[in-house]
Design a protein around this ligand. Sequence first.
Ligand SMILES: *[C@@H]1O[C@H](CO)[C@@H](O)[C@H](O)[C@H]1NC(C)=O
Length: 150
Amino acid sequence: MGFMYIFLVACTVTVTWATIYDIPFRSCRGIPGPSAIKVNCSSFERETCTLTKGQTYSIWANFTPQINVNAVQSSVAWKTWVEMPLPGQDADGCNGYLECPLAQNTPTTFTYPLQIQNFWMRRRYPIVWRLKDANTDIKILCFTFKILIT
Ligand SMILES: *[C@@H]1O[C@H](CO)[C@@H](O)[C@H](O)[C@H]1NC(C)=O
C-alpha cells in the first residue's frame, strides 16, 4: 500500500515535468534560425513562457548548422533597449549542451538548463540567444523569444 502510494506520487511528478511547450520565436536578421524551440515552462499563455524563480528549465533549440564547427560560444541576453547578458551562464556551448563538433547540414539540438535566479526581475521580456563558432566568430544560430519571470 505504502509502496503504491510512492509509485503514484512519482508518476504525478514525472507528468508535471513533462509539459514541454513549443515556443514561438523570431530569428535574427541575417543569421540562421532554429527549426523549433521547446521549453518546459511552468505555464504558457499569450505566447509567453512563464518561468518561476528558483526553478531550472530546459531550453531545446533544434537547428541545422550551415558550416562545420568545432567549438561553440553561447550567449543569452535580455533584449530591452540595451542588451543585458543573463548573469552566470555557461558560454561554452560544447560543455554538454551540443554534440560537438557540429557537422554542416546535420540537424542537431542545443539543450541548455536555464536556472532562474531569485534576483532577476519579475516581468515579461524577450531574450535573445546566440551561438557562434568560437574560433572564427561566424554566427551559427540566433533566436529570440518571450519569457515571463514570476
Ligand atoms: C525541465 O526539464 C529539466 C530536464 O528534463 C528538469 O531538470 C527540470 O527540473 C524541468 N523543470 C521544470 C520546472 O519542470
